[in-house]
Structures are given as C-alpha cells and as structure tokens.
Design a protein around this ligand. Structure first.
Ligand SMILES: [Zn+2]
Length: 279
C-alpha cells in the first residue's frame, strides 16, 4: 500500500510548509479558497481547487514559458512621448509616472528573445497592471519590433496579451498601432514564420481587434474574458440578454474564435509543441 507511505520528499515539503510565515495568503476570487502565495506560484498562479487563473505580470508569464536564464529583454526603457499633452482627470504624464512607481515598468508590455524548451522564440508579454494593459504607441512599437525581429531572424513569435483596449490618452496614435501591428503580422505570415497568440484575462478592445486574434494559433486561458466591446455595451446595443459564459474562452472556442483553451500549467509544453510542428 504505497499510497500511505510518505516519501522523504513529501515529509520535507510538509515540514517546509509549516515554517512559512503568516500574512502571505490570498483568496481565490472565484471559489473563495484561501491559498498561500507560494502555493499559488507553484501552481502557475492558478487556483488548485477551481482552476481560476490569476492575473500575472509579463515577467512571471515569460518566466513560466522560457527556459531559465534564456530571456533577453529589449527596449526596456521605451516611454510614451505624450504627443497630445493629454489631460483628463489628471495629466497623462502624471498617470504614466504613477504607473511606473507602482509597477516599475515604463509601459504595458515587455519584449525580447528566449528559448522555449530549447527552441528560439521572440516573445512579447503584456502587463494589465500598467494603465489597464492599454495599447498606446509604446505597446504598438514593441509588438512591431518583436514582429520585425521574428521576420528578420525567421524565429517563431509568441505574444501574451492582456489588455483593456486602446489607450485613449494617445488618441489616433493609439488606434494606428492596430494597423501597424496587423500589417507587420501579414508580412511575417508571408514568410511562413509561425505566430502563436496567447490571450489571457482580459483581452479586449484594440488588442483583440488586431494582433491578439491574428495568431496562426490563438490560445485562450480558461475563463479569460476575450472580446472587443464589453458585455454591458453589447447588451444595451442589441437589447437582449447575453447567453451564459458569453465572451469567456470556452464560449469562444465553441464558436470558433479560438483554436484552443489551455491551462497555464500546460502552456509551455503546448507552445513548444506548436512551434516544433509549425516551423
Ligand atoms: Zn478557486
């Protein structure tokens, strides 16, 4: 009855667990389960009880995809020039400075090169915590540069999206990024370099309407909200109640908007397998 035998490793893990200091717990917003933050990290920032996928930053996401130590970041200090000198409830410049203080990021995306199970890849990952992962000129430019690099070096591209949409403080310059990234992706497709798009919760607005939905394979995380306009706006427009699960990854898979829904713990193997199949 080997089930009851506790291995030395298990005993070590249990002893370790007891030594974890208090004050590091978090509650699953979906099922209410209390989870230790270390446990959460070990579980790829998902709830082990209900499989809710927590939002993670670009650094964490890249870490869980690439081989340790293989990631090299580019254009880390690129910042928006605030060409419109935009002011709403506060100055756009103040808003970006505050976001920097909070996140230590200059904008809502990080890009670079790395290896996924020994296969070279160009990666870009978004940060929802930076002004709602909104796409302004920096997000568009970094995605553009990632695509260019993938094109020049004929290296597969992986983009992890998480966005509330276009960044209104950059007006039309923000909207232009949709055309720019889409055009570059067309060029990439022309030389047959694979592009895998991973859509995390939430991916909406201009990001969905451009590069996030243009992957050779579009992968959604379970439960992720993916759409263009939000459900409230759609409900008001069509004057009808929306079906259950509307705009969630599984619903989109069923209706042909996604190719796969993949649990985060299987993301690395899935992306790696797709790269070796498509390249
Ligand atoms: Zn849960």
């Amino acid at each position: 009855m080997s089930w009851f035998r506790r291995s030395q490793e298990n005993i070590a893990a249990e002893t370790q667990k007891k030594e974890i200091p208090d004050g590091l717990w978090t509650k699953c917003t979906q099922c209410g389960e209390i989870i230790h933050k270390m446990e959460l990290k070990k579980n790829f920032y998902t709830c082990s009880k209900c499989t809710a996928h927590f939002r993670v930053g670009s650094r964490e996401y890249i870490d869980l995809l690439v081989d340790p130590g293989s990631f090299r970041e580019y254009d880390r200090n690129m910042r928006s020039a605030d060409p419109l000198k935009f002011v709403d409830t506060k100055k756009y410049r103040d808003r970006t400075n505050e976001a920097y203080k909070k996140t230590r990021l200059y904008d809502a995306i990080r890009w670079g090169t790395g290896k996924i199970e020994k296969q070279p890849a160009v990666l870009a990952a978004m940060d929802f915590s930076f002004i709602g992962g909104s796409m302004g000129s920096v997000v568009g430019e970094k995605v553009g540069r990632a695509i260019d690099r993938a094109w020049k070096s004929r290296t597969p591209l992986v983009v992890i999206s998480s966005s509330g949409g276009a960044r209104m403080m950059e007006g039309a310059l923000s909207l232009m990024q949709m055309a720019k990234t889409s055009a570059k992706l067309t060029r990439l497709a022309g030389v047959g370099v694979p592009y895998i798009s991973v859509l995390t919760d939430p991916t909406t607005g201009g990001v969905t309407a451009s590069f996030a939905m243009l992957g050779d394979v579009n992968i959604g995380e379970p439960g992720a909200l993916i759409g263009f306009a939000g459900p409230r706006v759609i409900r008001q427009t069509i004057g009808k109640d929306l079906p259950p699960g509307f705009q969630r990854a599984d619903f989109l898979l069923e209706h042909g908007f996604l190719d796969m829904v993949v649990h985060r713990k299987e993301m690395r193997q899935t992306v790696s397998r797709l790269i070796s199949m498509l390249k």
